[in-house]
Each structure stands twice: as structure tokens, then as C-alpha cells.
Design a protein around this ligand. Structure first.
Ligand SMILES: Cc1cc2nc3c(=O)[nH]c(=O)nc-3n(C[C@H](O)[C@H](O)[C@H](O)COP(=O)(O)OP(=O)(O)OC[C@H]3O[C@@H](n4cnc5c(N)ncnc54)[C@H](O)[C@@H]3O)c2cc1C
Length: 454
């Protein structure tokens, strides 16, 4: 046998879940993390993982969700562009993953029912009861610490892969070469690498605020490509249409779902906001200055409290005013145009006129004084294109053969959001990170046992 561990690069959801899954199969694991602590997107995220058919859904009265329905929702959103086998895998395994996280890893998961994310036909977002991605990371880290055959080493950037006769045999780290039975690339995508963003996502995304981790600089994808791996959907990303200007916090899309509208510098709406936050990010990025103003009223404000929206209120980014004229003046928007926009919107909300952009959901009804507003920017959250993998998370070459000893998941692998920013369904990020992490950990562990490297 061999003494080397399974090496996992990156300690986000993908890397930590992969490590736990492999260790449960008796394989020694070394997780190498670039940051002084896990510092990727998982820790910055809202921490919600979509899953169908869980017991946590049943606990809140949802009995009719299924992996098939989830597949259909994801495919509809991405225009049927995502790989059908990977899409099926992620949805089939989503429910078992959530229950495994609770039963085997000691994480806490509840099914959230506060609002239905655009494109999801059932409430299926799961996460820790309190707190966000930071809490999910804390719980995963605790589970890692409790497992004696997992070692997590921080502050050790991996700088390359070692390979011999086409098989990956280890990694080159800041501390030298580390041999491995196999390597799982869990270091997310290239949102933090401006050159790759410009090349693959284009100038508007490159000019937008990047709200993900600066550590995610695309090297995992480049190493795979250098070994002959195929990539797919490199132009795909998760954007967000409402991050408070100039640099946060995130304004949860629940505010729009509850009835807010977005206007540009001219005080005019510029599309149907309810298409979803990633799809609408492109519309905001295309406005002068890549900015917009979210306008709503007391009813929407009240309905949004008690969610991540509270952070935006706490830092003073939500402006309240008794009149639209005053709100327009505070934001430097043309008052007449803003008043006209709100009047037009209210006609649609009252059902007196067809909405010019086709929006038919105004749950808060017409916007009434007092008014509220937030200055927001379109942002890039993370990239969704990456190394092509099979249903065992093995990295593939263009001819469909796999590179021995190399696995990928999360943002390093290709996602299920199709080719652009329009196809991202809420939760696709953590879904691919956590499910592919588990699949990669288990597959790499079984390969280690069945076919040890010589
Ligand atoms: C504000 C925000 C909110 C979000 N909310 C959600 C949500 O609610 N639901 C959802 O599904 N998705 C959400 N996402 C997306 C989601 O966070 C990511 O898709 C997911 O966390 C990716 O997980 P990962 O494990 O692939 O990567 P990460 O969590 O980014 O982990 C990668 C790790 O690799 C490390 N690393 C990088 N390079 C190296 C290297 N060379 N050597 C060693 N280590 C390295 C990084 O430091 C990092 O710790 C959100 C994103 C943002 C920015």
C-alpha cells in the first residue's frame, strides 16, 4: 500500500465535504488552504443549498418536491444548456447530501420558507438555522477537526500539480512537493483573476464589482487545462443585481421579490426585475455606471426585515423618505422621471395596465409613501465555468477519457448554469460545491483503495 494522503486543494464547501466523505471511507486526507483560514466564497455566501425531497422539507409541510422537478427548474433556467447527466446527479444527490451533512457531519440544516427564489417551484433552500455561509463553514470545520484522519493546513497555497505518465501524483505547494494518492481540486473558479474574467466573461463583468473571494484566481482550472483537460461553459457566472454601492453589503433579492423596483440614473426601470438576481445583474451592469437604485415602500421594507436585509439597514444604506421628490434629491435622480416611473409601476401593480417589461408580480401592491431606496451596483459573485468532469467528479479530456488521479468540484468544475449569466439558478453554486465534493471524496477514496498508485 502507500503512505500518501488524498490531497484536497481548497477548504470551501467542496473541499471540506470531499475531505469528510473520503475520511468516512477510511482514507487519510490532507486539505491545503491558501488563506490563513477558509477564506473562499462559501464563508461569504448566504450558505443556502438547494435540495429536493428532504425530511427537512417534510418537516415544514413540503411533500411534493422531487429531484425530477428540481432538474426541470434548473434546466428551464439555463435554457437546457447544462450537462444532463451532471444536472441529474446534482439533483438526485442533493437530498441525501443534506441529510448526510446532518447525520454524518453534525451540521445543522433547516429548510427555509421565507421566500420562493425565482425559478424554483418549491421551497428547497437548506442551510444552518442562524447565520449564513460563515456558520456552514464553522460547522464543517468542526467536523473536520473531530476526524483524526483529516489534517487541514492553512496558509499553504498550492502552486501546481505533480504528474507522472499522465497520472496526477501530488501537488507542488509553497512548502515543496507533496505526494498524493489522488488530488481533488476544490479551489473554486477565476472570479478573482481579472485577466481571465475579461477573456471569458467580457468587459462588463470585468468592470463590475467583484464580490467573491480574492483567493479564487483560477489556477486550478489552468493546471487542469495544462494537463489536457476539457473545459466547458467558461463564459458562465453568477452575477448579482443588487449589492449596496460602493462595495456592499449584499441586498438580498427578497426585497425585489417582495415588490421593489430598480431604476437607473434617469429614474427609469430597465427590465423585468423578477427574472432573477443573476440574470438581472447583466441588465444593471449595462446601465450607465453599472449602477441602479432599488425603490420600495414601507410594506416591502417590513416584509424584508428579519432576513439578510437587516445587515443593509444596520449599516445605514437604506434611505427612507416621506416623499419621492426628497428621495430623488438624496440620490441625485430626476424627480419627475422617478415619480412617473412609480406611477406607471403602480398602474401595473393595481392591474390597470400591462407592465411594460412583463412583470406580473407585485406582492406589496402599489408603492405608497413613505418610500425607501438603496443605491446598488451589479456584481460578479463567482464563475460557473470550469473543468469538465464525469459523474464521479473525475476530470475529463476532450475525448471523454479521464485524467487519472484528478478530481474537481465546486467552482473548479463546470456548473449547471449553462453558458452565460442568465442561466444561474439560486443555489447552483453550493449545490455543485457540496454534491460534487461528496462525490469526488468518495470516488477518490474508492480509487485509492481499489487502484492504489504504484
Ligand atoms: C455573497 C455571495 C453569496 C452567495 N450565496 C450563495 C448561496 O446562498 N447559495 C449558493 O449555492 N451559492 C452562493 N454563492 C456562491 C457560493 O458561495 C460558491 O459557489 C461556493 O461557495 C463555491 O464553493 P467552493 O468550495 O467551490 O469554493 P470556495 O468556497 O470559494 O473555496 C475555495 C477555497 O480554495 C482556496 N484556494 C484558492 N486557491 C488556492 C490554492 N492555490 N491553494 C490552496 N487553496 C486555495 C480559497 O482560499 C478557498 O478557501 C454566493 C457567493 C457570494 C460571493
Amino acid at each position: 500500500m502507500h503512505d500518501s494522503p488524498l490531497v484536497i486543494v481548497g477548504a470551501g464547501a467542496c473541499g471540506m465535504v470531499a475531505g469528510l466523505a473520503a475520511a468516512k471511507r477510511g482514507v487519510r486526507v490532507l486539505v491545503l488552504e491558501k488563506g490563513t483560514e477558509p477564506a473562499g466564497n462559501t464563508v461569504r455566501s448566504t450558505g443556502l443549498i438547494p435540495a429536493a425531497g428532504t425530511r427537512f422539507q417534510r418537516e415544514v409541510g413540503i411533500f411534493d418536491d422531487s429531484p425530477d422537478l428540481m432538474v426541470e427548474d434548473i434546466l428551464k433556467k439555463n435554457g437546457y444548456e447544462s450537462d444532463p447527466e451532471i444536472t441529474n446527479l446534482l439533483c438526485e444527490e442533493s437530498g441525501p447530501l443534506i441529510e448526510w451533512l446532518v447525520d454524518e457531519a453534525g451540521c445543522e440544516m433547516v429548510c427555509y420558507t421565507d421566500f420562493l427564489y425565482p425559478g424554483q417551484s418549491r421551497h428547497r433552500m437548506h442551510g444552518p438555522k442562524d447565520g449564513y455561509g460563515s456558520e456552514l463553514v464553522r460547522q464543517l470545520q468542526d467536523a473536520l477537526r473531530e476526524d483524526p484522519i483529516i489534517e487541514l493546513r492553512t496558509d499553504i497555497p498550492v502552486v501546481g500539480l505533480l504528474s507522472h505518465e499522465g497520472r496526477v501524483t501530488g501537488v507542488e505547494s509553497a512548502e515543496g512537493e507533496i505526494p498524493a494518492t489522488a488530488v481533488v481540486l476544490a479551489l473554486n473558479g477565476f472570479g478573482g483573476d481579472r485577466e481571465m474574467v475579461e477573456r471569458y466573461l467580457g468587459p462588463e463583468a470585468a468592470a463590475a464589482l467583484y464580490y467573491g473571494s480574492p483567493n479564487n484566481t483560477g489556477e486550478g482550472i489552468r493546471w487542469g487545462m495544462a494537463l489536457g483537460a476539457a473545459t466547458e461553459h467558461m463564459g458562465s457566472y453568477q452575477g448579482h443585481a443588487s449589492v449596496a454601492a460602493p462595495d456592499g453589503p449584499l441586498v438580498t433579492w427578497g426585497v425585489v421579490v417582495n415588490g421593489a423596483i430598480l431604476v437607473n440614473r434617469e429614474g427609469r426601470r430597465f427590465g423585468c426585475e423578477t427574472v432573477g438576481y443573476s440574470e438581472y445583474a447583466g441588465a444593471v451592469m449595462a446601465q450607465p455606471g453599472g449602477e441602479a437604485w432599488e425603490i420600495f415602500d414601507e410594506e416591502v421594507y417590513g416584509a424584508s426585515l428579519g432576513t439578510r436585509f437587516d445587515e443593509v439597514v444596520e449599516v445605514g444604506k437604506v434611505i427612507r423618505s416621506d416623499t419621492l421628490e426628497e428621495l430623488a434629491e438624496i440620490f441625485g435622480l430626476p424627480a419627475d422621471a422617478l415619480a412617473q416611473t412609480v406611477e406607471e409601476t403602480n398602474r401595473s401593480a393595481r392591474g390597470e395596465a400591462q407592465d411594460p417589461f412583463g412583470r406580473d408580480e407585485f406582492p406589496g401592491g402599489p408603492l405608497e409613501p413613505p418610500y425607501y431606496g438603496i443605491h446598488v451596483r451589479g456584481a460578479l459573485f463567482h464563475t460557473q465555468g470550469g473543468l469538465k468532469v464525469d459523474t464521479r467528479a473525475r476530470v475529463l479530456r476532450p475525448d471523454g477519457t479521464h485524467i487519472q488521479g484528478l478530481y474537481a468540484g465546486g467552482g473548479t468544475a463546470f456548473g449547471v448554469s449553462g453558458s452565460g449569466y442568465r442561466g444561474y439558478s439560486s443555489g447552483n453554486g453550493l449545490l455543485a460545491a457540496a454534491v460534487l465534493g461528496k462525490v469526488a471524496g468518495e470516488a477518490a477514496a474508492s480509487e485509492t483503495v481499489e487502484d492504489p498508485p504504484s
